[in-house]
Ligand binder design. Structure first.
Ligand code: AMP
Length: 208
C-alpha cells in the first residue's frame, strides 16, 4: 500500500508512520528525517537545507523532490511506502504523481491527521526526540523509553519557529487537502486522541 500522510507539523504523522511501518513493514519516507540526517552529516545538501529548517521555512522544492525520487528507487519501497512530510506544496504533489505514474505505483490513500492549532503548539514545544532511534516523546521522558538514548529538543520546536511552521503549513500545504480530495484519495482522521486510538482508526479506514 502506498500512502501519503498529511497534517500539520506535530499532528502525529511521525508517530503513526512508525506504527504503520512496524506493523505492516512499509518503507518510511520522511523528508524531515532525511534532511536532519543530511544536516547532521554536514553534506552540501544538509548545509543548504539547515537555514530553511532552522527558520521553519520549506526547503526548496527541487531539493526535496530529488531526495524522494531517489528514495523511491530503493528496493524496500516496492512493498509499499508511507510518505511522511512530503508532499508539502502543490509542485511537490504534482511531481510525486508524475514520478509514481512513471513507476506504475499509484497512491492508495492520502491520510489527513487533523489536530487543532493550539493543541499542536503545546505538543510541539514539549516534544522531545531520541538522538539514536528517532523515537518521539515528551519533556517528561528523561531518556528514550525505547532504546535508552538521549532525548533532545529539535531546534525548530521553539514557539516562534513552531508558529512560523504552522503558517507555512496553512499557506503551502493545506491546498493539498483539496487536491487529494479531488483525486478521491483523501481520508480524514481525528488526531486529537491517544496515539493508539488514532492508529486503530487508521487501520480501520485502510481496511486492515
Ligand atoms: P518535519 O520533520 O517533517 O517537520 O520537517 C522539518 C523541516 O524540514 C521542515 O520545517 C522543513 O524545513 C523541512 N522539510 C521537510 N519536508 C519538507 C518538504 N516536503 N518540503 C520542504 N521542506 C521540507
Amino acid at each position: 500500500m502506498n500512502i501519503v500522510l498529511l497534517g500539520a507539523p506535530g499532528a502525529g504523522k511521525g508517530t503513526q508512520a512508525a506504527k504503520l511501518v512496524e506493523k505492516f513493514g512499509f518503507a518510511h519516507i520522511s523528508t524531515g528525517d532525511m534532511l536532519r540526517a543530511a544536516v547532521k552529516n554536514q553534506t552540501p545538501l544538509g548545509l543548504e537545507a539547515k537555514k530553511y529548517m532552522d527558520a521553519g521555512d520549506l526547503v526548496p522544492d527541487e531539493v526535496v523532490i530529488g531526495l524522494v525520487k531517489e528514495r523511491l528507487q530503493d528496493e524496500d519501497t516496492q512493498a509499499g511506502f508511507i510518505l511522511d512530510g512530503f508532499p508539502r506544496t502543490s509542485t511537490q504533489a504534482v511531481a510525486l504523481d508524475s514520478e509514481l505514474s512513471g513507476l506504475n505505483r499509484p497512491l492508495n490513500a492520502a491520510l489527513l491527521v487533523d489536530v487543532d492549532k493550539e493543541v499542536i503548539i503545546k505538543r510541539l514545544t514539549s516534544r522531545r526526540m531520541c538522538r539514536d532511534c528517532g523515537f518521539i516523546g515528551t519533556e517528561t521522558d528523561a531518556t528514550c523509553p525505547k532504546c535508552g538514548g538521549e532525548m533532545y529538543q529539535r531546534s525548530d520546536d521553539n514557539e516562534e519557529t513552531v508558529r512560523n511552521r504552522l503558517d507555512v503549513y496553512e499557506n503551502s500545504t493545506t491546498p493539498l487537502i483539496d487536491y487529494y480530495r479531488g483525486c478521491e484519495l483523501l481520508v480524514e482522521i481525528d488526531g486529537d486522541r491517544d496515539p493508539e486510538e488514532v492508529f486503530a482508526n487508521i487501520q480501520d479506514v485502510l481496511g486492515f
